[in-house]
Design a protein around this ligand. Sequence first.
Ligand code: ZN
Length: 424
Amino acid sequence: MTAADLYPLYETEMKLQTYQFQRLNQLLLFTSNHNYFYKKKFRGIRLPVNGYDDLKKLPFTTKEELVEDQCQHSPYGRNHSYPLSSYVEYHQTSGTTGNPIRILDTKESWSWWSKCWQEVYRSSGVTDRDIIFIAFSFGPFIGFWAGYEGGKEKGCVVIPGGGQSSKERLTSILENKASVLLSTPSYALRLIETAKENNINLFSSAIKKIITAGEPGGSIPSVRAAIENGWGAKVFDHVGMTEIGAYGYSCSEQKGLHINESEFIAEVIHPETGSAVQEGERGELVLTNLGRYGYPLIRYRTGDIVIHSNKQCECGNYYQFLPNGIVGRKDDMVIIRGINIFPQSIESIIREFDDIKEFRIVYYTKDDMNQIKVQVEGKEEVIGDLKALLRERLGLRVELEVVEDYTLPRFEMKSRRVQDLRTS
Ligand SMILES: [Zn+2]
């Protein structure tokens, strides 16, 4: 049986969980026959999988496994279900935390990405009358490629803003009267800075909505406020991963992210024990994608830290809601003097200070103890207040250093505002 044979079965209305697990079983049936990675991994599993209790019996899939599989079966690994001739799209992970993973999509899998983006656009209120400008380098990183595809399918004019300077991008946004901007939160801020340097008034642009992705800033109130105040536009957050797909998006309430549960099954687990966490607790998000037969992932450990909640969002969307969005990355957590620190907790505090232009977090070791220092571009006057707020919110004394303006790096895609010099 092929995916094409299976799809027509979905066209009846049913309860979400019934729908999800029907699709999961079809996927499992498919992978057990056609996908060598899962054929081996799930040998002996009993179908059907009826609900979460059964699902928990399946092993997790980890990034390390995918990397290892790709090394052993170079160049693409065995999680591609079809022969190479079926594939048309190539992307790779950013590789900031190790070897990049090369991932291919078939036409069908790629149109599934576009379908997931329709949900992002719907939730942000984007219509076919919008003109979308994508400030993105259009390299091998998947980033906004799927947003580009989804925008075209929505019927929008989509402007690819790759290969341009920040000033050229701003000129294009103004001249083409773009109404929606897609960029990382860092880059939306960078464009505000560029506009100021060039005496460009962003409030005169037609941009009304900004969809951010690649970093969690769109769900951090202080970052979001800085972007909204600079652009006079409303910010929507989106989250996706090359490995798993475009799985989450924010809504008009701006209080967190929804998971697109028609295409993903979500679980929140304790990162150490692997068991489900309780309501209100933090845990690692585990996702299963239901419609990417060309590169399926079942119980994939995303490394995204979220708060598990059974509460529904006030916007009326009943899909699973993640309050405050992605609250951290498992890989980014650092323990300093016994306190767990996520860089984005620090960013959310720094962004409350308009006078701070850019910052960098430096971890280092002194007298066998790990320490933290924050370098900022900005006015001396605010340092005392910032220091006090960091201490109050993090429960930790943080060393601050003011550096010359424009000495810290600026970013187009995923920012790297952390310098790790720890030796122990
Ligand atoms: Zn909502």
